[in-house]
Design a protein around this ligand. Sequence first.
Ligand SMILES: [Zn+2]
Length: 345
Amino acid sequence: MQALTISSHGGLDRVEFRDDLPVPELTRPGDVRIRVHAVALNRLDLFVVGGLPNVTITPPWILGADASGVIESVGANVTGLAVGDHVVINPGLSDRTCEYCREGEQPLCPRFGLLGEHFPGSLAELLVIPATNVRRIPASISLDEASAFTLATLTAWRMLVSRARVQAAENVLIWGIGGGVALAALQICKEIGARTWVVSSSNEKLERARELGADVLLNRLEVDVARTIRDQTGKRGVDVVADNVGKDTWEQSLRALGRRGRLVTCGATSGPIVETDVRRLFWNQWSILGSTMGNDDEFETVVQAYGQGRLRPVIDSVHPIAEGRAAFERLASGQQFGKVVVRIA
Ligand SMILES: [Zn+2]
């Protein structure tokens, strides 16, 4: 079986295409086996190559979290999915028995883990995964595109809809437009009717964001983001900040945040330790919200929206699996606008 793997942590030179991996067996009655068509990369995949604390890989370790594909076989207990269905997957796996899972809040599961990080990944010809983590999509949707849908859209949905509860006409600041979560956040805000302030260091990316409906473009190399927002909102600030950068943006995020504002974070790509003036936190009655991945209901909701032609991911580039390392290099470059896809089929 073909797969994109690593056998040790390090630079992207560790990313290795192989065609000698064993086919994963479908042994559990609740699982399905998917013939994977394509896998979009996420920043998580870069972190896995570099090595993450408390994450141990067994070489050769298959990379990848997202996936689109076609159901190849189903376990005896699987209902609602059939051989030949086109599907996307939710790469977050939970035990489905703990108190959080029973409440339907799977991302809070103490045994929660992600494909490619805690479990062998999706960048392979065949993938075995619980049917609970699989949803059918219309066969009319391109499987290249569909591979880029789930992780970014699900993450952005939980952040903005479930956690920050963005409302129509609210102002939302989105850092790093061009990244998958940021672009999904932009689309979700547009659907809600919120006003979006998007940030990038690239005017080209900002122009493309404008084409997607972004309201205010902020080049962080040319303007002080927080000051510009305060100036343009009569010192009021934004209602919500979507931050996945962490250390480098935290202070600006809080300076841009208005009274009663909500800062929601799902990542810390620039570093995890940030500084917050607690006096400003309580005086302005801010909410600082964490968010990660999404639960079954949120997965269902976003996949339904996708089936209706909404929340379509932006694709930067598609790379054949044999040249998969180039896809990782493209993502690491930061030059991409939208998702970088590795095609297996
Ligand atoms: Zn659980």
